[in-house]
Design a protein around this ligand. Structure first.
Ligand code: ADE
Ligand code: ZN
Length: 319
């Protein structure tokens, strides 16, 4: 059991956290046939491209601010029941726009869900606005502009998720310039589907304090040394990496080698039901399958909180 660990995560996509039972209820509510992406209580996909398609279909089941409030509260309440004190939620205004809800109501619903969960459980959360790489540079820039002009105090960071094989980081650098200029924390998905070059591009062109996944940096020893020197935090999602076949099993996952090289790492659930995981399970895997001692696991939680995009008072209270 890992219930005794205090937990925190800084990498979970809101639509990717939708429990299949909730998605099924939403599909019924809107008269949508879910059989192309949901079967027997599991999401259907077989590789990364199909996962992204399934993800977008699940996102399209959440259509009002109240739908998003319910989804966010449900996700955070489950985390809180597993002794989690902090979460950073990755949200894409494009999903709000695509469904006709609009980015403002989309963000308002998610913020409402955060407020309800905080009131009931004490869990703290922040919002990271993301651009989806496969929607193209213009949409990613629009997401950065949206985040930059947002006066929502819960919006504290900017990210880029989606199809890492589309274009190069340079095509999206302008979006990160806009977000940096606005004082947002920066993180970017890199080194998940693509190799070390993608992490190197991210460091060169985005200069983020954190990288989503980043695990394939292990393929380049000089790059690992660079991550150590810079103190860049890798938001590692082992269950996601195994489900997506980035590595064949947990024994061959590079988390331990990265940590022992001195890279700052933490544990995250990414899109938990899509990858048959939860933050609690990630801690269990680290403890029981990857052989991390309790002190090492607690250090990873601390790293997540140190790297969190929060004000100093909140960080001090959480640490
Ligand atoms: N969007 C949701 N989950 C993702 C992942 N693991 N990688 C890239 N984009 C994503
Ligand atoms: Zn992710």
């Amino acid at each position: 059991m890992t219930g005794h660990f205090l937990k925190a995560e800084i990498h979970c996509h809101i639509e990717g956290a939708a429990p299949p039972a909730l998605a099924a209820r939403q599909a019924e509510k809107y008269g949508i046939d879910p059989s192309t992406f949901l079967k027997d209580g599991s999401y259907l996909w077989s590789d990364f491209s199909e996962f992204l398609v399934s993800y977008d279909r699940v996102a399209a089941l959440f259509r009002t601010d109240e739908d998003y409030a319910l989804l966010t509260e449900t996700y955070l309440a489950e985390l809180a029941s597993a002794n989690t004190i902090y979460s950073e939620i990755i949200v894409s205004p494009d999903h709000g726009d695509r469904i006709g809800l609009g980015a403002d109501f989309y963000l308002a619903g998610i913020s409402e869900g955060i407020g309800r969960a905080r009131e009931k459980t004490g869990i703290e959360a922040r919002i990271i606005v993301t651009g989806e790489r496969h929607f193209g540079p213009e949409r990613v820039i629009a997401a950065a502009e949206y985040a930059a002009r947002s006066d929502n105090p819960l919006v504290t960071g900017f990210n880029m998720a989606g199809e890492e094989r589309m274009g190069r980081v340079a095509d999206y650098a302008r979006a990160f310039d806009i977000a940096r200029e606005a004082g947002l924390g920066l993180t970017i998905h890199a080194g998940e589907v693509c190799g070390a070059f993608s992490v190197a591009d991210a460091l060169d062109l985005v200069r983020p304090s954190r990288i989503g996944h980043g695990v394939r940096a292990i393929e380049d020893a000089d790059l690992v040394a660079r991550l150590v020197d810079l103190g860049t935090v890798l938001e590692v999602c082992p269950g996601s990496n195994i489900a997506l076949k980035v590595y064949p099993d947990f024994e061959q996952h590079p988390l331990r080698r990265l940590k022992e090289s001195g890279v700052r790492v933490c544990l995250n659930s990414d899109d938990p039901p899509f990858f048959h995981t939860s933050l609690e399970r990630e801690y269990e895997i680290a403890s029981h399958q990857m052989g991390f001692h309790d002190a090492e696991i607690n250090a990873m939680t601390r790293t997540a909180l140190e790297a969190a995009f929060v004000d100093d008072d909140t960080r001090t209270r959480l640490l």
